[in-house]
Design a binder for this molecule. Structure first.
Ligand SMILES: Nc1nc2c(c(=O)[nH]1)N[C@H]1C(S)=C(S)[C@@H](COP(=O)(O)O)O[C@H]1N2
Ligand SMILES: [Mo]
Length: 392
């Protein structure tokens, strides 16, 4: 008996280039969608100097980030099936005798290794983040996930280029055919299930698994899908009908946020104003329907009431198109400050919210006041504001 099997030890009609190509197409679509929506998220988090992120549609980030997480989740069953179909190739014969073929073989192996490692890494870290599990400690999820996305998409492009000819031939031929495709041998597959699972049966099962994975995640942002959203850990309602990522107790702001002496400080250079919650309530109030959309994929729309940021900037003589820093009462924590680009400060929909869905903001949603701006990642919608400062 051999310890290491050979590629030819894995027979069976399911492990066919025709199956691999068909699953590969959809896997590629999921990774492509996740890559593009991921780039949008990256730009929303860290806009490069030459690009201003749009403030409309208000649900832009909600849609792109929800799509990102759904595409990534759908890729999980697709990747598992794809790896199962092709893994006998791990044991393919190495062409030791022929240097040129050995080099080509080695390069192809290396690119596949990079692709598989990057794909698994992206799906595992993405799923962990969307379920709020941070096993990587002090490493920044976003930095890692972003860097490896380039490895994944680069090695995927290379893989597609290398396999294009055989994949096209495989897709163009009957799925049950036993003819070799692009020089790769195949075996005739029975079309009926009396011999076990058919290729069509495997493909159908794979599509259903991917569809269910997508549906079960989509519920975190699509209200009517909530009931089937078994993976959506934020699908339940928080207070006032909106989920919460961090409560006031967790952020240790309960005392500071409930004090009668609370003042919101607004700073523009040497000009400083201190406003109590009653002062804020005395200013012109607006109500707007805007979503909260977290990087984790969940989102919820709500009716926010409060003062326009523009109006508050006017109080300290600042132009509405200012870059504005927000500081929370929360003393430490990764999300206790944010910086709002000028186009969002200028937007009439950007509010310092005092109310949520017709009632005073609950303490977990940011009482005495919080920022809510259109088309922004949730992490920048700073809660429990203590200071608003014009920085540019
Ligand atoms: N001060 C402060 N603001 C914060 C956070 C936080 O931890 N501290 N979490 C942010 C994140 S990650 C999200 S998604 C939203 C969630 O808003 P909600 O709790 O009102 O739903 O608040 C943001 N604002
Ligand atoms: Mo978030």
């Amino acid at each position: 008996m051999r310890l290491v099997p050979r590629e030819t030890d894995f027979s069976g009609w399911l492990r066919s280039p025709r199956v691999a190509a068909r699953v590969g197409v959809w896997l590629g679509v999921c990774f492509g969608v996740a890559f593009i929506t991921g780039l949008i998220s990256h730009v929303a988090y860290e806009p490069p100097g030459w690009l201003t992120f749009p403030t409309r549609p208000v649900s832009l980030y909600r849609i792109t980030q929800g799509t990102h997480v759904v595409a990534g989740t759908m890729a999980v069953p697709l990747l598992l099936v794809k790896l199962w179909v092709v893994y006998p190739k791990l044991f393919a014969k190495v062409p030791w005798g022929d240097v040129r073929r050995l080099v080509v073989h080695g390069l192809e192996r290396a690119s596949i290794a990079a692709l598989v490692a990057a794909a698994i890494f992206q799906l595992v870290t993405g799923l962990a983040n969307s379920s709020q599990w941070y096993p990587w400690g002090s490493f920044s999820f976003r930095d890692m996930h972003y860097a490896v996305a380039w490895v994944a998409i680069g090695s995927l492009a290379l893989h597609v280029a290398v396999k294009l000819r055989i994949a096209r031939a495989a897709l163009a031929s009957d799925v049950n055919s036993g003819d070799p495709v692009g020089g790769v041998p195949d075996v005739e597959a029975p079309a009926d299930s009396s011999h076990g699972l058919t290729r069509r049966g495997l493909l159908r099962t794979t599509w259903v698994a991917a569809g269910l994975a997508g549906l079960s995640t989509a519920g975190i942002s699509v209200p009517w899908l909530r009931d089937v959203s078994i993976f959506g850990i934020r699908s339940g309602d928080g207070p006032q009908g909106v989920p919460i990522n961090q409560t006031a107790v967790e952020a240790r702001v309960t005392a500071a946020a409930s004090k009668a002496s609370y003042r919101l400080e607004i700073v523009n250079g040497a000009t400083r104003r201190q406003l109590s919650r009653a002062d804020l309530e005395a200013m012109p109030q607006r109500t707007k329907v805007l979503p909260i959309a977290c990087v984790e994929g969940w989102s919820a729309s709500a009716e926010w009431g409060g003062v326009r940021l523009r109006d508050l900037l006017a109080v300290v003589g600042a132009p509405s198109e200012s870059v504005v820093a927000f500081v929370s009462l929360e003393e430490d924590g990764a999300f206790n400050t944010s910086e709002l680009p000028a186009q969002f400060s200028d937007d009439p929909l950007t509010l310092i919210a005092l109310r949520l869905n017709g009632a005073d903001l609950s303490i977990d949603h940011g009482y005495p006041c919080r920022l809510i701006a259109p088309a922004r990642p949730g992490v920048f919608q700073t809660k429990w504001l203590s200071r608003i400062e014009v920085v540019a």
